[in-house]
Write a protein of this length. Structure first.
Length: 510
């Protein structure tokens, strides 16, 4: 059996991801996800003031900075024992959801769809239309997506002062007090984005698409009108089916949601299953959902460029000590390997939809299993679920209302903050000693999805999803690209700077 190893550089927006795959008889038989950059944020934070994480951690990523701020703020809420006022929860949630909806559309149209115009698909009847829509920097959908997603991000700037890297969330709420005029402007911006998303992406109203609860419903929706078939969602779905994306990217079939978007007291919205979160927490084996336990999260470093501590450790006990010799030949990534109760899991819109009870996604997975198609479908339709809730919370929030509750500040304590970034489960684990940060660990969505092997040598989620992927052309393994990008990896969040020291060469201790 002849085995050929291919090395792919997957950068498209942020981060340094390499995917190495062994190919035999035209399919992937083994794979490795390699995070190639060390950043050291957890080490940077130790010794700094207790509130410094609110300023520093949003700089981890320029795409999902609001999610890092939310996780950092929730950890400090827990440490200081404070519950923010209901309107503070509303505005925190809306800002985070704004980041989600723009990222979902940007990734789908600008990053994922760029592979739909790969020359490997040029014989397909959908190809010319795909080029017209999705050609990078020139396609009609690309141009509109850049313009409209830029506009909706103004909402975060209104309530948070800037985007990215805002720091308006603090323990006890938010530092800004939006006026009635601010809230009205936010509703107008979101209403405009909703109208564009319905026209360009869905080809129908979000209320109409909410009725699509099964594969049969989806097929009926596609046939119902030309606007459904010809919207970017309908066209992308037809492309993905024609290109065979429903047959690649299966993986382990384990899913994790840590719970996100805390329900404000007095809201008219109802969360699935009576949860305290609009996005409920849970762990799913296939479609069977179990309760989520934060204590079951551990991180392994056996195949990561860190000093090994044996087995897996909970983030409160974890360490981030770089070790980059690689002489053993077993370490290959700056990403750690998070696991849930020893299970390799994936996180993100697909996991959230399965655990949150989406009829459509659960039916598709139940019939055909997970795939690059259903994973990407879950992402591009998530704004249809989030936008109505965002509008409700903006309407319920009171101009010049109560957005902050002063906490009782403490000098010692530990706490964790969990939420969902655009790519899935995010957690910050923080310890404060004598008023300063003594321990900080961050577990990101791409750490879950693009992890290396663990202490038991189990592949990470993307590594496993690549097994069996067809490779028709070693120089252009397009199906490998489709599978990896269906997870929307973002390595800058995950690999935790090289600093030149003239007298001693290079130091990895940031």
């Amino acid at each position: 059996m002849t085995v050929t190893t291919i090395a792919l550089h997957m950068n498209r927006v942020e981060g340094d991801l390499e995917v190495h795959a062994d190919v035999s008889d035209g399919v992937v038989v083994d794979a490795w996800c390699k995070g190639t950059m060390y950043r050291g944020f957890e080490r940077i934070l130790v010794g700094r003031g207790a509130l410094d994480g609110l300023v520093i951690t949003p700089r981890i990523c320029g795409i999902c900075s609001t999610s890092h701020l939310m996780a950092a703020a929730r950890a400090l809420d827990a440490i200081h024992g404070v519950q923010p006022p209901p309107d503070a929860h509303r505005i925190r949630n809306v800002a985070l959801m704004t980041e989600h909806v723009q990222s979902d559309v940007r990734h789908s149209v600008l990053m994922f769809a760029a592979d739909l115009v790969n020359v490997a698909h040029q014989s397909d009847p959908h190809y010319e239309e795909a080029v017209r829509r999705f050609e990078p920097f020139r396609g009609s959908s690309v141009v509109e997506t850049i313009r409209e997603t830029k506009k909706v991000l103004e909402l975060v700037a209104i309530v948070g002062g800037q985007w990215p890297h805002s720091s308006f969330m603090v323990p006890g709420g938010i530092v800004s007090v939006p006026s009635t005029s601010d809230l009205l402007q936010c509703r107008l911006l979101l209403g405009s984005f909703k109208a564009w998303y319905e026209r360009r992406i869905l080809g129908c109203s979000v209320e109409r698409f909410a009725d699509v609860q099964s594969e049969a419903d989806l097929n009926g929706w596609l046939d119902e009108s030309a606007s459904h078939r010809d919207g970017d969602l309908g066209f992308m779905l037809r492309c993905m089916r024609s290109f065979g994306l429903d047959a690649v990217g299966r993986g382990y079939g384990n899913y994790l949601s840590v719970g996100s978007l805390e329900m404000p007291q007095g809201t008219s919205l109802r969360a699935p299953f009576g949860s305290n979160f609009f996005e409920p927490s849970g762990f799913a084996r296939g479609l069977e959902v179990e309760a989520f336990e934060q204590a079951s999260i551990v991180e392994h470093v056996a195949h990561s460029w860190f000093v090994d501590y044996g087995g897996g450790r909970h983030p409160f006990d974890g360490e981030t000590r770089p070790y980059a010799t690689g002489e053993e030949g077993t370490r290959y990534s700056w990403a750690k390997a998070p696991r849930y109760d020893a299970n390799v899991v994936e996180t993100g819109p697909l996991a959230e939809a399965i655990i949150g009870g989406s009829g459509l996604i659960r039916d598709l997975v139940g019939r055909g299993g997970p795939s690059a198609l259903v994973r990407q479908l879950a992402r591009i339709i998530r704004p249809a679920r989030l936008i109505p809730a965002m509008l409700t919370w903006l309407e319920e929030a009171k101009g010049d209302g109560t957005y902050y509750k002063k906490p009782h500040m403490v000098e010692e304590g530990r706490g964790f903050g969990l939420c969902h970034a655009a790519r899935g489960a995010l957690g910050h684990w923080v310890e404060i000693s004598e008023g300063a940060i003594s321990h900080y660990q961050v577990v990101t969505p791409t750490a879950w999805n693009a992890s290396p092997r663990d202490s038991l040598h189990h592949r990470g989620a993307i590594e496993e999803a690549l097994i069996g992927t067809p490779v028709r052309d070693l120089e252009n393994p397009i199906d490998v690209f489709h599978v990896v990008r269906s997870y929307d990896p973002c390595l800058v969040c995950t690999v935790h700077a090289l600093r030149k020291q003239p007298s001693r060469g290079l130091s990895l201790d940031a």
